[in-house]
Design a protein. Sequence first.
Length: 198
Amino acid sequence: MSAPHGSVATARREQILDSALRCFARYGYRRTSMDTIARTARLSRPALYQYFTGKEEVFRAMGVRLLDSALTGAERARGSAAPVGERLSAILMVRLDLVGQLGGDDEAHRELLAETASVAGDLMASFHLRLVAIVEELLATATEGLDFDGVGITAHDVAVILLDAVTGIERESAAAVVRQSRVRQLVELVVRALSTNR
């Protein structure tokens, strides 16, 4: 049976993905079933299968939606008129906030992100590369006088290091506000180290 078409079908698909997000955030990937998603979305199981062939397809569609939204936020931050440090912090918070978008318990989020590597590792790898490119472009085009030659490192390398550091911060068991503060401190250190006025 083919999936329904049109705006009603699009709205129903979004409803399913919203419900799936709640299910995956609460139960994790392994413990979430198509029955659970259907019940949460207030659909019959056969109706759910009109939109998605299985749990993996639902999970990947949900992931694409979350990651595309995060990248849109990162691009918006990069293009803003704020100082480079603020823009850089906002971009890196996009990565950190992926966990927060799931809602609920941090331990379940970490489990879900770990499961994502096996179910949708290609999506996460693509997201990471695109986020590196956004950070690199910001650093390379900043007009605030960042000096990469003086420290012998490229904007690309700094972008990779920053995102690796944020991944480490994200995995800490500290409260979200503490993790956010650490990202801002990291950015301040990097911007000061690269500043031509240091």
